[in-house]
Every structure is written in structure tokens, then in C-alpha cells.
Design a protein around this ligand. Structure first.
Ligand SMILES: CC(C)=CCC/C(C)=C/CC/C(C)=C/COP(=O)(O)OP(=O)(O)O
Length: 354
């Protein structure tokens, strides 16, 4: 999605290595935190993170892309600190992120995440709720145990982000039951649901490294717009993603009646496809047979969304947010290498297929 000339300038950054660095630095601390949980929650959490399979045998499962840990350790380098300084922040943010996934899968009734059965499906709803709650509590513990002024500041930012995340989820769920949601409402919801935690991830390492508030706020602005780009792409993948890559069901957002950006943008458009889509979705909302809809029926809805322009509008919005994110870095002093790495992570977010 970035113009070809910019992409060429950025090829020096190995994004896979950046993601791997975030994962490698965070995982031992994450595992030590999870080991503190009482049985069986320690085992259930280990399953969720892909460290064991459903039978409890050691596994090397998909524990997620590690975008947030990568951002957190990179942000420590803005202050001249070592990436390791950002590790407690990386772990805390990853714990909150995974708490939200556990609860989200249960609320949505999603059966697949990261190419495996979801926790509520394997271990039951009670474990999904309890382990989610426990990860949330652990996130605060991991930061506050540092006992520093910086850790207190980081915890305040994380708590604020968590509240926004929960608000965003509440908005998202309420929109499923509404016929009409405006594009502005959808963007506000996505900024809360996804932008807030990516904003926190992008600044938390810098905060732990002693960054002033202005620097932390600018990094948060980068992360917020990165989050909006990220969620726009997630919304595209939620309809047109390949389950082999996403690790989720086909048409996952349509099955859930999500008012995601492509749907909302399509409904807001003029023309026969938008009108027809509005009629069909209104009828779907009343249908008692929705759970049994065929692949073809979902494909027909996806085609109408595309015809009304919702797919292209959302892809353009991802590009727009990507640009704003990178521009937000202009006011922050940081080594060129670190700036290039933030930029490369933003590029990755808009071209990802999973
Ligand atoms: C309170 C509550 C239940 C909130 C739910 C909020 C929620 C699920 C928001 C969606 C965020 C998102 C894009 C997740 C996928 O992240 P990712 O693609 O980085 O996931 P990965 O770690 O698997 O790669």
C-alpha cells in the first residue's frame, strides 16, 4: 500500500526480525507471569498462547504476530534506552491484548483463533472468563512490581487504554443490533477497541525509558492511527481474508453481523447496491435462520458490500491512517534507524494478510 518509491527506501528493515525480537524478548517474562496463575488457569493460558496443545503436550503454536511487543521494545529505543527496558511494557500490553481476545471470542461465539479452537470451546466459558480476568490483573502486576515512577506512569497509560478498549467493545457489540451506524461512529469505536492499545504499545517502552509526556503523547498518536489502519485491514480480512492465513472462519465478521468499516461505508454509499444491502441486512437482523446461512449467502453479501464500494473505501482509509501515523513521528526526536523501524512496522500493518 505505501507508494513503490517509499517501499523501496524501506526495504532495509526486516520486519519479521523486528516482530521476532519483540516475541523473543517478551515470551520468557510472559511465561513466568502465566506460571504464577493457579491451576488450571496456568494450563488454559498456556494453551491460549500456543505453548501446549489441547491435551497439555508441549506445542509450538501460533501465539500471535507480536506486533504490540515489537512496538513496545522499539519505543524504548526512542529514549536511547536498550530495547529490554520496554519488556515489562511489552508483556503488560500483550497480557491485556490476550485478555481481550479470550473474552471477545466468548462474546462473539468464535470457535477458531490462531488456527486453533478457542479457549471457551476447549476449556469452557468459565475458564475463558477467569483466565482473561487473570491476564488483566497480571498486566498491572508486571508493571507495578518494577516499583519505579516510570512504571506508575506506564500503568496509568495502560489502564486508560484498557478502559478505552472495553468501551470500544461495548460500542461494537451494541452496533451489531443497530440497522444503521455512521462511519464516524464506527471509526470512534475502532479507535477505542484497537487504537488505544496500539497507542499504548507504541509509547510504553519510551515511558519506561523516561520519555517526557510530549514524546509519549506523540508516540501514542502514531499508535492510535496505526491502530485505525490495523483495524481497517482487520475488517477487510474479517470479510475477504483467507482462513488459511487468518486462522479464523470464513466471513467471520459477516456471521457476527459486525458493523465493520466495509459494511458501514457500503451502507452509507449511494446507489442500488447500497440500497439492496441495507434491505438484506435489515432482513438478516430479523431472520431466525441466520445461523444456518450457507457460504453462498455470505458470499452474496460480501459481493454487494464490494459493489457498493465498502471494500475500496476501507482500503483507502487504511492507507490514510497509515500516512497520519507516520507523520505523527515527525515531532519526535529519535535515531533514524528507530524511525525507519516504526515506519516499516506501519507498512507491515497495511499489507498483512493475517
Ligand atoms: C474488552 C474486550 C473483550 C475487547 C475486545 C477488543 C478486541 C478483540 C479488539 C480487536 C483488536 C484486534 C484487531 C485484535 C487482533 O490483533 P492481532 O491481529 O494483533 O492478534 P494476534 O495477537 O493474534 O496477532
Amino acid at each position: 500500500m505505501p507508494p513503490a518509491s517509499q517501499a523501496a527506501r524501506r526495504t532495509a528493515v526486516d520486519v519479521s526480525a523486528l516482530l521476532e525480537r519483540g516475541r523473543t524478548l517478551a515470551t520468557p517474562v510472559l511465561r513466568a507471569a502465566v506460571d504464577r496463575l493457579a491451576p488450571p488457569m496456568d494450563t488454559v493460558a498456556a494453551y491460549h498462547f500456543g505453548w501446549i496443545d489441547a491435551q497439555g503436550r508441549p506445542a509450538d503454536g501460533d501465539g500471535g504476530k507480536a506486533v504490540r511487543p515489537a512496538l513496545a521494545v522499539l519505543s524504548a529505543e526512542v529514549t536511547g534506552a536498550a530495547p529490554q527496558t520496554g519488556v515489562p511494557g511489552a508483556v503488560a500490553v500483550e497480557l491485556v491484548h490476550n485478555f481481550s481476545l479470550l473474552h471477545d471470542d466468548l462474546m462473539d461465539g468464535d470457535e477458531q483463533r490462531r488456527h486453533r479452537d478457542t479457549v471457551w470451546k476447549v476449556h469452557g466459558p468459565a475458564q475463558a472468563i477467569l483466565v482473561g480476568d487473570a491476564l488483566f490483573a497480571l498486566a498491572n502486576e508486571v508493571l507495578l512490581e518494577l516499583g519505579t515512577v516510570e512504571a506508575g506512569r506506564a500503568t496509568r497509560r495502560l489502564t486508560r487504554a484498557s478502559r478505552a478498549l472495553i468501551d470500544g467493545q461495548a460500542q461494537d457489540i451494541s452496533y451489531e443490533h443497530r440497522d444503521r451506524v455512521s462511519v464516524e461512529e464506527c471509526l470512534e469505536m475502532e479507535g477505542n477497541k484497537t487504537g488505544a492499545l496500539l497507542a499504548c504499545a507504541s509509547s510504553i517502552g519510551a515511558v519506561l525509558g523516561g520519555a517526557d509526556e510530549r514524546t509519549a503523547d506523540a508516540l501514542e498518536r502514531y499508535g492510535h492511527h496505526l491502530g485505525l489502519a490495523f483495524q481497517a485491514v482487520d475488517d477487510l480480512l474479517g470479510i475477504w481474508g483467507d482462513p488459511e492465513s487468518t486462522g479464523k472462519q470464513t466471513w467471520s465478521d459477516l456471521r457476527q453481523r459486525k458493523k465493520s468499516l466495509p459494511v458501514v461505508a457500503a451502507l452509507a454509499a449511494d446507489g442500488p447496491a447500497a440500497t439492496r444491502l441495507g434491505e438484506i441486512l435489515a432482513a438478516d437482523a430479523k431472520s431466525s435462520d441466520f445461523a444456518n446461512f450457507s457460504e453462498e449467502e455470505f458470499a452474496a453479501r460480501a459481493a454487494l458490500i464490494e459493489e457498493a464500494g465498502g471494500r475500496e473505501w476501507t482500503a483507502e482509509e487504511a492507507r490514510r491512517q497509515h500516512t497520519i501515523a507516520i507523520e505523527a513521528l515527525d515531532v519526535v526526536d529519535m535515531p533514524d534507524r528507530v524511525r525507519e523501524q516504526f515506519t516499516a512496522l506501519a507498512d507491515f500493518v497495511v499489507v498483512r494478510k493475517r
